[in-house]
Design a protein around this ligand. Structure first.
Ligand code: IMP
Length: 434
Protein backbone atom coordinates (compact mmCIF):
# COMPACT_ATOMS: atom_id res chain seq x y z
CA UNK A 1 0.00 0.00 0.00
CA UNK A 2 2.39 2.69 -1.21
CA UNK A 3 1.51 6.27 -0.48
CA UNK A 4 3.65 9.31 -1.17
CA UNK A 5 3.51 12.89 0.05
CA UNK A 6 4.92 15.48 -2.34
CA UNK A 7 5.34 18.86 -0.70
CA UNK A 8 7.16 22.16 -0.98
CA UNK A 9 10.40 22.57 0.96
CA UNK A 10 10.54 26.38 0.92
CA UNK A 11 7.93 29.16 1.03
CA UNK A 12 5.68 27.79 -1.68
CA UNK A 13 5.61 28.16 -5.46
CA UNK A 14 8.29 25.51 -5.94
CA UNK A 15 6.42 23.94 -8.86
CA UNK A 16 4.57 21.21 -6.96
CA UNK A 17 1.57 21.18 -9.30
CA UNK A 18 3.72 20.42 -12.30
CA UNK A 19 5.54 17.61 -10.48
CA UNK A 20 2.32 16.07 -9.22
CA UNK A 21 0.88 16.22 -12.73
CA UNK A 22 4.00 14.55 -14.11
CA UNK A 23 4.09 11.70 -11.61
CA UNK A 24 0.32 11.32 -11.50
CA UNK A 25 0.30 8.44 -13.94
CA UNK A 26 1.86 6.22 -11.30
CA UNK A 27 -0.93 6.89 -8.83
CA UNK A 28 -4.54 5.79 -8.56
CA UNK A 29 -5.71 8.51 -6.22
CA UNK A 30 -4.53 12.11 -5.68
CA UNK A 31 -5.39 13.87 -2.41
CA UNK A 32 -5.17 17.57 -1.48
CA UNK A 33 -4.85 17.62 2.31
CA UNK A 34 -4.65 21.23 3.55
CA UNK A 35 -4.89 24.91 2.64
CA UNK A 36 -7.43 26.36 0.28
CA UNK A 37 -7.52 28.66 -2.69
CA UNK A 38 -4.49 30.51 -1.35
CA UNK A 39 -2.59 27.87 -3.34
CA UNK A 40 -1.89 28.30 -7.01
CA UNK A 41 -0.67 25.30 -8.95
CA UNK A 42 0.27 25.86 -12.57
CA UNK A 43 0.54 23.05 -15.06
CA UNK A 44 1.32 23.58 -18.71
CA UNK A 45 0.08 20.97 -21.13
CA UNK A 46 0.85 21.74 -24.76
CA UNK A 47 -0.40 25.27 -25.38
CA UNK A 48 -2.81 25.35 -22.47
CA UNK A 49 -1.86 26.60 -19.01
CA UNK A 50 -4.00 25.23 -16.20
CA UNK A 51 -4.08 27.21 -12.98
CA UNK A 52 -5.58 25.38 -10.06
CA UNK A 53 -6.28 26.82 -6.65
CA UNK A 54 -8.40 24.07 -5.18
CA UNK A 55 -8.60 21.17 -7.56
CA UNK A 56 -5.96 18.51 -6.93
CA UNK A 57 -3.51 18.41 -9.85
CA UNK A 58 -4.65 14.84 -10.61
CA UNK A 59 -7.77 16.10 -12.39
CA UNK A 60 -5.76 17.09 -15.47
CA UNK A 61 -5.11 13.42 -16.15
CA UNK A 62 -8.60 12.43 -15.11
CA UNK A 63 -7.34 10.67 -11.97
CA UNK A 64 -9.67 10.21 -9.05
CA UNK A 65 -8.86 13.25 -6.89
CA UNK A 66 -9.98 14.08 -3.38
CA UNK A 67 -10.27 17.26 -1.37
CA UNK A 68 -9.72 15.98 2.16
CA UNK A 69 -11.21 17.18 5.42
CA UNK A 70 -8.27 19.49 6.25
CA UNK A 71 -8.78 21.64 3.14
CA UNK A 72 -10.84 24.82 3.35
CA UNK A 73 -12.99 25.41 0.31
CA UNK A 74 -14.46 28.51 -1.25
CA UNK A 75 -17.26 26.80 -3.21
CA UNK A 76 -17.54 29.76 -5.58
CA UNK A 77 -13.92 29.30 -6.63
CA UNK A 78 -14.18 25.51 -6.82
CA UNK A 79 -17.18 25.79 -9.12
CA UNK A 80 -15.36 28.28 -11.36
CA UNK A 81 -12.39 25.92 -11.62
CA UNK A 82 -14.59 22.96 -12.46
CA UNK A 83 -16.36 25.06 -15.13
CA UNK A 84 -13.01 26.16 -16.59
CA UNK A 85 -11.84 22.57 -16.88
CA UNK A 86 -15.11 21.45 -18.40
CA UNK A 87 -14.76 24.27 -20.95
CA UNK A 88 -11.39 22.76 -21.88
CA UNK A 89 -12.82 19.29 -22.43
CA UNK A 90 -11.71 18.02 -19.06
CA UNK A 91 -14.99 17.41 -17.27
CA UNK A 92 -14.56 17.17 -13.52
CA UNK A 93 -17.63 15.23 -12.46
CA UNK A 94 -18.23 13.36 -9.21
CA UNK A 95 -16.52 10.33 -10.74
CA UNK A 96 -13.26 12.32 -10.83
CA UNK A 97 -13.57 14.65 -7.84
CA UNK A 98 -14.64 13.82 -4.29
CA UNK A 99 -14.96 16.40 -1.52
CA UNK A 100 -14.90 15.29 2.11
CA UNK A 101 -18.10 16.23 3.90
CA UNK A 102 -15.99 17.57 6.79
CA UNK A 103 -14.08 20.16 4.71
CA UNK A 104 -14.82 23.70 5.91
CA UNK A 105 -16.45 26.31 3.74
CA UNK A 106 -15.11 29.82 3.22
CA UNK A 107 -18.10 32.06 3.77
CA UNK A 108 -18.25 35.67 2.54
CA UNK A 109 -17.41 36.97 6.01
CA UNK A 110 -14.09 35.14 6.00
CA UNK A 111 -12.82 37.03 2.97
CA UNK A 112 -14.03 40.32 4.46
CA UNK A 113 -12.20 39.52 7.71
CA UNK A 114 -9.00 38.73 5.85
CA UNK A 115 -9.12 41.97 3.85
CA UNK A 116 -10.05 44.09 6.86
CA UNK A 117 -7.20 42.76 8.99
CA UNK A 118 -4.68 43.14 6.22
CA UNK A 119 -5.64 46.78 5.80
CA UNK A 120 -4.23 47.48 9.25
CA UNK A 121 -0.61 48.10 10.24
CA UNK A 122 0.19 44.51 11.24
CA UNK A 123 0.16 42.81 7.85
CA UNK A 124 1.03 39.20 7.12
CA UNK A 125 0.71 39.75 3.39
CA UNK A 126 -1.95 37.04 3.08
CA UNK A 127 -3.52 36.07 -0.21
CA UNK A 128 -6.75 37.71 1.00
CA UNK A 129 -8.81 34.60 0.34
CA UNK A 130 -10.18 34.21 3.87
CA UNK A 131 -7.89 31.30 4.75
CA UNK A 132 -6.84 32.46 8.23
CA UNK A 133 -10.39 33.42 9.28
CA UNK A 134 -11.93 30.12 8.11
CA UNK A 135 -9.36 28.08 10.04
CA UNK A 136 -10.11 30.29 13.07
CA UNK A 137 -13.81 29.54 12.72
CA UNK A 138 -13.00 25.87 12.45
CA UNK A 139 -10.87 25.87 15.61
CA UNK A 140 -13.49 27.92 17.44
CA UNK A 141 -16.18 25.38 16.40
CA UNK A 142 -17.89 28.16 14.59
CA UNK A 143 -17.52 26.74 11.12
CA UNK A 144 -19.71 25.70 8.20
CA UNK A 145 -18.80 22.36 6.67
CA UNK A 146 -19.67 20.78 3.33
CA UNK A 147 -22.28 18.63 5.03
CA UNK A 148 -24.02 21.89 6.07
CA UNK A 149 -23.67 23.44 2.64
CA UNK A 150 -25.55 20.65 0.89
CA UNK A 151 -28.43 20.63 3.36
CA UNK A 152 -30.58 23.81 3.26
CA UNK A 153 -31.85 23.27 6.79
CA UNK A 154 -28.36 22.89 8.26
CA UNK A 155 -27.09 25.79 6.15
CA UNK A 156 -29.82 28.10 7.43
CA UNK A 157 -29.16 27.02 11.02
CA UNK A 158 -25.45 27.81 10.59
CA UNK A 159 -26.20 31.18 9.00
CA UNK A 160 -28.67 32.14 11.72
CA UNK A 161 -26.05 31.28 14.30
CA UNK A 162 -22.92 32.81 12.77
CA UNK A 163 -23.97 35.52 10.35
CA UNK A 164 -25.15 38.10 12.94
CA UNK A 165 -21.97 37.75 15.01
CA UNK A 166 -19.70 38.26 12.01
CA UNK A 167 -21.79 41.06 10.52
CA UNK A 168 -21.78 42.93 13.81
CA UNK A 169 -18.11 42.54 14.66
CA UNK A 170 -17.01 43.38 11.11
CA UNK A 171 -19.08 46.56 11.29
CA UNK A 172 -18.09 47.57 14.80
CA UNK A 173 -14.38 46.82 14.55
CA UNK A 174 -13.59 47.53 10.91
CA UNK A 175 -16.56 49.56 9.69
CA UNK A 176 -17.33 46.92 7.05
CA UNK A 177 -20.97 47.14 5.99
CA UNK A 178 -20.79 45.51 2.56
CA UNK A 179 -21.31 41.93 3.71
CA UNK A 180 -24.07 40.42 1.52
CA UNK A 181 -27.33 39.92 3.44
CA UNK A 182 -28.10 36.66 5.22
CA UNK A 183 -30.88 35.94 2.72
CA UNK A 184 -28.66 36.58 -0.31
CA UNK A 185 -25.90 34.44 1.19
CA UNK A 186 -28.35 31.62 1.87
CA UNK A 187 -29.65 31.73 -1.68
CA UNK A 188 -26.20 31.75 -3.26
CA UNK A 189 -24.76 29.03 -1.03
CA UNK A 190 -27.86 26.84 -1.31
CA UNK A 191 -27.40 26.78 -5.08
CA UNK A 192 -23.73 25.91 -4.60
CA UNK A 193 -24.70 23.20 -2.13
CA UNK A 194 -27.07 21.69 -4.68
CA UNK A 195 -24.25 21.67 -7.22
CA UNK A 196 -21.77 19.97 -4.90
CA UNK A 197 -24.09 17.38 -3.37
CA UNK A 198 -23.01 14.59 -5.74
CA UNK A 199 -19.35 15.27 -5.01
CA UNK A 200 -19.54 14.65 -1.28
CA UNK A 201 -17.55 11.72 0.06
CA UNK A 202 -15.80 10.38 3.11
CA UNK A 203 -12.20 10.78 1.97
CA UNK A 204 -10.87 9.03 5.06
CA UNK A 205 -12.71 5.83 4.18
CA UNK A 206 -12.01 6.10 0.46
CA UNK A 207 -8.25 6.53 0.96
CA UNK A 208 -8.10 3.76 3.53
CA UNK A 209 -9.96 1.38 1.24
CA UNK A 210 -7.71 2.30 -1.68
CA UNK A 211 -4.62 1.59 0.41
CA UNK A 212 -6.04 -1.72 1.62
CA UNK A 213 -6.49 -2.68 -2.04
CA UNK A 214 -2.83 -1.82 -2.68
CA UNK A 215 -3.61 1.27 -4.73
CA UNK A 216 -1.01 4.04 -5.02
CA UNK A 217 -2.05 7.24 -3.28
CA UNK A 218 -0.41 10.61 -3.77
CA UNK A 219 -0.85 13.35 -1.17
CA UNK A 220 -0.34 16.76 -2.73
CA UNK A 221 0.90 19.49 -0.39
CA UNK A 222 -0.06 23.13 -0.79
CA UNK A 223 1.90 26.16 0.47
CA UNK A 224 5.10 24.72 1.96
CA UNK A 225 7.20 23.77 4.95
CA UNK A 226 8.40 27.28 5.87
CA UNK A 227 4.79 28.50 5.84
CA UNK A 228 3.73 25.82 8.33
CA UNK A 229 1.65 27.29 11.13
CA UNK A 230 3.82 25.65 13.81
CA UNK A 231 7.27 25.44 12.30
CA UNK A 232 7.37 28.24 9.72
CA UNK A 233 8.46 31.83 10.28
CA UNK A 234 5.55 32.58 12.61
CA UNK A 235 3.49 34.78 12.47
CA UNK A 236 4.31 35.14 8.76
CA UNK A 237 2.90 31.75 7.91
CA UNK A 238 -0.31 30.25 6.66
CA UNK A 239 -3.00 28.91 8.98
CA UNK A 240 -2.70 25.24 8.14
CA UNK A 241 0.10 22.71 8.39
CA UNK A 242 1.63 21.78 5.05
CA UNK A 243 4.15 19.37 6.67
CA UNK A 244 3.96 15.71 5.72
CA UNK A 245 2.68 14.47 9.08
CA UNK A 246 -0.42 16.53 8.53
CA UNK A 247 -1.26 14.62 5.35
CA UNK A 248 -2.35 11.70 7.51
CA UNK A 249 -4.07 13.85 10.13
CA UNK A 250 -5.98 15.99 7.65
CA UNK A 251 -6.92 13.21 5.27
CA UNK A 252 -7.94 10.96 8.15
CA UNK A 253 -5.63 7.98 7.75
CA UNK A 254 -3.28 6.04 9.95
CA UNK A 255 0.10 7.87 9.80
CA UNK A 256 1.92 4.56 9.39
CA UNK A 257 0.31 4.23 5.99
CA UNK A 258 2.45 7.04 4.55
CA UNK A 259 5.43 5.30 3.03
CA UNK A 260 7.32 8.01 1.16
CA UNK A 261 7.91 11.77 1.30
CA UNK A 262 9.41 13.82 -1.51
CA UNK A 263 10.41 17.48 -1.41
CA UNK A 264 10.04 19.98 -4.21
CA UNK A 265 12.90 22.47 -4.05
CA UNK A 266 13.24 25.46 -6.34
CA UNK A 267 16.87 25.99 -7.45
CA UNK A 268 16.73 29.38 -5.72
CA UNK A 269 14.25 30.71 -3.16
CA UNK A 270 11.11 32.83 -3.38
CA UNK A 271 8.58 34.11 -0.91
CA UNK A 272 5.34 36.10 -1.25
CA UNK A 273 4.08 38.41 1.44
CA UNK A 274 5.80 39.69 4.57
CA UNK A 275 8.20 37.90 6.88
CA UNK A 276 11.86 37.00 7.23
CA UNK A 277 13.77 35.93 4.13
CA UNK A 278 17.45 36.02 5.09
CA UNK A 279 18.87 35.13 1.65
CA UNK A 280 16.70 37.66 -0.18
CA UNK A 281 18.19 39.51 -3.16
CA UNK A 282 16.85 43.03 -3.42
CA UNK A 283 19.24 44.10 -6.19
CA UNK A 284 19.33 43.86 -9.98
CA UNK A 285 20.15 40.15 -9.79
CA UNK A 286 16.98 39.57 -7.78
CA UNK A 287 15.00 41.45 -10.43
CA UNK A 288 16.58 39.37 -13.16
CA UNK A 289 15.66 36.12 -11.40
CA UNK A 290 12.12 37.37 -10.85
CA UNK A 291 11.68 38.24 -14.53
CA UNK A 292 13.33 35.14 -15.92
CA UNK A 293 11.56 32.87 -13.45
CA UNK A 294 8.25 34.69 -13.98
CA UNK A 295 8.01 35.01 -10.22
CA UNK A 296 4.59 36.57 -9.90
CA UNK A 297 1.91 34.97 -7.72
CA UNK A 298 -0.51 32.57 -9.45
CA UNK A 299 -3.20 33.52 -6.95
CA UNK A 300 -2.65 37.25 -6.44
CA UNK A 301 -0.27 38.28 -9.23
CA UNK A 302 2.04 39.86 -6.63
CA UNK A 303 5.76 39.99 -7.49
CA UNK A 304 7.49 37.31 -5.45
CA UNK A 305 10.54 38.13 -3.37
CA UNK A 306 13.58 36.28 -4.69
CA UNK A 307 16.80 35.03 -3.07
CA UNK A 308 19.51 32.37 -2.97
CA UNK A 309 18.84 28.78 -2.09
CA UNK A 310 19.02 28.08 1.64
CA UNK A 311 20.21 24.63 2.61
CA UNK A 312 19.56 25.21 6.31
CA UNK A 313 15.88 25.57 5.41
CA UNK A 314 16.09 22.29 3.52
CA UNK A 315 17.59 20.68 6.62
CA UNK A 316 14.70 22.00 8.73
CA UNK A 317 12.25 20.53 6.23
CA UNK A 318 14.05 17.22 6.24
CA UNK A 319 13.88 17.09 10.04
CA UNK A 320 10.14 17.76 9.96
CA UNK A 321 9.17 15.76 6.90
CA UNK A 322 11.78 13.00 6.55
CA UNK A 323 12.42 13.42 2.83
CA UNK A 324 13.24 10.34 0.78
CA UNK A 325 14.50 12.57 -1.99
CA UNK A 326 13.91 15.86 -3.75
CA UNK A 327 12.92 17.33 -7.08
CA UNK A 328 14.82 20.46 -8.08
CA UNK A 329 12.80 22.85 -10.21
CA UNK A 330 13.56 25.88 -12.36
CA UNK A 331 17.27 25.20 -12.74
CA UNK A 332 17.08 26.98 -16.12
CA UNK A 333 16.36 30.30 -14.39
CA UNK A 334 19.93 30.35 -13.02
CA UNK A 335 21.53 30.20 -16.49
CA UNK A 336 23.73 33.19 -17.29
CA UNK A 337 24.68 34.07 -13.71
CA UNK A 338 28.46 34.05 -13.16
CA UNK A 339 28.49 33.04 -9.54
CA UNK A 340 25.84 31.03 -7.75
CA UNK A 341 25.51 31.31 -4.00
CA UNK A 342 24.03 28.80 -1.62
CA UNK A 343 23.43 29.50 2.06
CA UNK A 344 24.88 26.74 4.22
CA UNK A 345 24.95 28.37 7.68
CA UNK A 346 24.14 31.55 9.62
CA UNK A 347 26.27 33.82 11.74
CA UNK A 348 24.27 34.94 14.77
CA UNK A 349 26.45 37.36 16.75
CA UNK A 350 29.61 35.39 17.52
CA UNK A 351 27.92 32.05 16.95
CA UNK A 352 27.76 30.09 13.70
CA UNK A 353 24.67 27.93 13.35
CA UNK A 354 23.94 25.39 10.65
CA UNK A 355 20.19 25.30 11.25
CA UNK A 356 17.54 27.68 9.94
CA UNK A 357 16.89 30.44 12.50
CA UNK A 358 13.23 30.57 13.46
CA UNK A 359 13.22 32.23 16.87
CA UNK A 360 12.35 35.85 16.28
CA UNK A 361 15.47 37.29 17.89
CA UNK A 362 17.74 34.90 16.03
CA UNK A 363 16.06 35.65 12.74
CA UNK A 364 16.66 39.36 13.23
CA UNK A 365 20.38 38.89 13.89
CA UNK A 366 21.13 36.06 11.47
CA UNK A 367 23.54 36.80 8.64
CA UNK A 368 23.65 34.11 5.94
CA UNK A 369 26.95 32.36 5.26
CA UNK A 370 27.24 31.49 1.57
CA UNK A 371 29.29 29.05 -0.42
CA UNK A 372 29.94 30.20 -3.98
CA UNK A 373 29.86 27.99 -7.07
CA UNK A 374 30.68 28.77 -10.69
CA UNK A 375 27.61 29.50 -12.79
CA UNK A 376 26.66 28.20 -16.23
CA UNK A 377 26.33 30.40 -19.31
CA UNK A 378 23.20 30.94 -21.38
CA UNK A 379 24.80 29.59 -24.56
CA UNK A 380 25.93 26.36 -22.88
CA UNK A 381 22.51 26.02 -21.38
CA UNK A 382 20.63 26.47 -24.65
CA UNK A 383 22.78 23.85 -26.40
CA UNK A 384 22.43 21.45 -23.50
CA UNK A 385 18.67 21.81 -23.36
CA UNK A 386 18.25 20.59 -26.94
CA UNK A 387 20.31 17.59 -26.02
CA UNK A 388 18.84 17.02 -22.59
CA UNK A 389 15.52 15.78 -23.99
CA UNK A 390 17.39 12.81 -25.37
CA UNK A 391 20.24 12.50 -22.92
CA UNK A 392 18.69 13.72 -19.69
CA UNK A 393 20.59 15.14 -16.76
CA UNK A 394 24.00 14.15 -18.09
CA UNK A 395 23.59 16.52 -21.03
CA UNK A 396 23.34 19.59 -18.78
CA UNK A 397 26.33 21.95 -18.63
CA UNK A 398 29.01 20.78 -16.21
CA UNK A 399 28.46 23.63 -13.75
CA UNK A 400 24.70 23.06 -13.70
CA UNK A 401 25.32 19.43 -12.78
CA UNK A 402 27.86 20.53 -10.19
CA UNK A 403 25.29 22.85 -8.63
CA UNK A 404 22.79 19.99 -8.33
CA UNK A 405 25.42 17.61 -7.01
CA UNK A 406 26.51 20.21 -4.45
CA UNK A 407 22.95 20.42 -3.11
CA UNK A 408 22.74 16.66 -3.04
CA UNK A 409 26.03 16.26 -1.19
CA UNK A 410 25.41 19.00 1.35
CA UNK A 411 21.87 17.90 2.13
CA UNK A 412 22.53 14.17 1.99
CA UNK A 413 19.30 13.80 -0.02
CA UNK A 414 19.07 12.21 -3.46
CA UNK A 415 17.91 14.43 -6.30
CA UNK A 416 15.15 12.50 -8.07
CA UNK A 417 14.49 14.91 -10.90
CA UNK A 418 15.58 18.28 -12.22
CA UNK A 419 13.23 20.49 -14.17
CA UNK A 420 14.60 22.79 -16.81
CA UNK A 421 11.48 24.50 -18.16
CA UNK A 422 7.70 24.69 -17.73
CA UNK A 423 6.70 21.76 -19.97
CA UNK A 424 6.07 18.18 -18.90
CA UNK A 425 8.91 17.02 -21.15
CA UNK A 426 11.35 19.32 -19.38
CA UNK A 427 11.54 17.18 -16.26
CA UNK A 428 14.75 15.18 -16.31
CA UNK A 429 14.57 12.09 -14.18
CA UNK A 430 17.51 11.10 -12.08
CA UNK A 431 17.61 8.02 -9.94
CA UNK A 432 14.71 6.10 -8.50
CA UNK A 433 11.29 7.74 -8.38
CA UNK A 434 8.13 6.26 -6.84
P1 IMP B 1 -2.74 33.04 3.70
O1 IMP B 1 -2.43 31.59 3.56
O2 IMP B 1 -3.53 33.60 2.56
O3 IMP B 1 -3.33 33.37 5.03
O4 IMP B 1 -1.33 33.83 3.65
C1 IMP B 1 -0.32 33.65 4.64
C2 IMP B 1 1.06 33.69 4.03
O5 IMP B 1 1.25 32.53 3.22
C3 IMP B 1 1.30 34.87 3.08
O6 IMP B 1 2.66 35.25 3.18
C4 IMP B 1 1.03 34.30 1.71
O7 IMP B 1 1.70 35.00 0.69
C5 IMP B 1 1.60 32.90 1.88
N1 IMP B 1 0.98 31.92 1.00
C6 IMP B 1 -0.22 31.32 1.13
N2 IMP B 1 -0.41 30.42 0.15
C7 IMP B 1 0.68 30.43 -0.61
C8 IMP B 1 1.09 29.69 -1.75
O8 IMP B 1 0.40 28.79 -2.27
N3 IMP B 1 2.31 30.00 -2.26
C9 IMP B 1 3.12 30.93 -1.70
N4 IMP B 1 2.80 31.63 -0.62
C10 IMP B 1 1.59 31.39 -0.08
Amino acid sequence: MPSTVILGAQWGDEGKGKLVDYFCDRFDLVVRYQGGNNAGHTVQVGDTTYKMHLLPSGVIRGKRSLIASGVVVDPRVLKEEIDFFSGHRLPVGPDVLGVDFRAHIIMPWHTYWDAARESGTHKIGTTGRGIGPVYESKAARFGVRFEDLVNPHLLMTALERYYPIHARTLKEIFGVTKLPSLEATFKQYCTLGEHFKPYLCDASIEIDEALQRDKNVLFEGAQATLLDNNFGTYPYVTSSQPIAANAAASAGINPRLITRVEAVVKAYATRVGEGPFPTELTDALGERLRKRGNEYGTTTGRPRRVGWLDLTALELGNRLNGYDGMHITKLDVLAGINELKVCTAYQVGSKRITYFPTQREQVEKAVPVFETLDGFGEADWDDACHDSKARGFDALPKNARKYVEFIEKKSGLPVLSVSVGPGREQILLRGATP
